[in-house]
Design a protein around this ligand. Sequence first.
Ligand SMILES: C[S@@+](CC[C@H](N)C(=O)[O-])C[C@H]1O[C@@H](n2cnc3c(N)ncnc32)[C@H](O)[C@@H]1O
Length: 301
Amino acid sequence: MASKNDLDFTYTTIDKLFRLSLGESADYSGAKYDGDFSMSLEEAQRAKHKFIADSLNIREGSKVLDMGCGWGAFLTYATKGKKAQGIGLTLSEGQAKACQKNGLQVFIKDCRYVKPEDFGLFDAVVCVGAFEHFCSIEEWQAGKQETVYRNFFRTVSELLPAGGRFYLQTMTFSKNMPAFEDVSVTAKKGSPEHVLALMIKEFPGSWLPYGPEMLLQNAAPDFKLISQSSGRLDYIETIGQWRKRFRKFNLQKYLLYLSLLPKYLLDKELRNQIEVFRISPNRVCFELEVMDHYRMVFEKT
Ligand SMILES: C[S@@+](CC[C@H](N)C(=O)[O-])C[C@H]1O[C@@H](n2cnc3c(N)ncnc32)[C@H](O)[C@@H]1O
């Protein structure tokens, strides 16, 4: 799985830029437009929060665990909007500090190993955009991917009562995924092989599940599926909106971009990271159907 260093590289590096561009507690995952792109990004994120809360029967007093809570967007909705009790887990220090500063109960902890002894049982569990990080390329190559997922679903199930619900939102590989041996940053620019290589740079230590079937199969011993939908097209729109916000002028943000210039010239990894922002390889992966994106509601059997 992606290590704490990997996740700090992905998320803590952009912590300030993210908050200056999108707001203190914004989502860093696909929104829910359901194809209606006249909605603003904020409306579509709010629609996602509502969908999750409704699907998981989250109401006043519900105890909710957000696994991989990011900057606390859903936690804020659940605790301030629904008056639920919420706990969030992340492996990024920048995110944890920002969430704590904003009054959220967030811990730096690997959510794949949470036990009932840690925080007790929950009425509902959500995991939005974190599952992508649970299996590394090395684990996939060693044939351990299914075991990683099986163990994770078991962990979630042990935190819920029978009938308790779990919302999972994750990217998956899709039908046009290239052969791993051909994936390279030197491949033809914009090709599946090239954009997937950039994705690997952006999210070190992370490998995706092979479609919703792999998720269903590994969830099946503990959960039944209540609903499933693809958010691929909605994610393309979400990323387009993020790009606009990252570019929008804000003095503090542009000074921050300037301060990165010497590091940019000396640090190849940072240049790769910025290339990622320029190209948005995840958007191209969705467009080329190298990747898909699923929202799944599960119920513990
Ligand atoms: C793409 S962000 C999504 C954040 C948030 N759920 C949202 O929708 O805005 C992925 C999050 O997963 C977290 N994460 C990934 N693997 C994790 C793990 N094993 N334990 C805890 N957090 C993890 C990262 O630290 C980050 O907060």
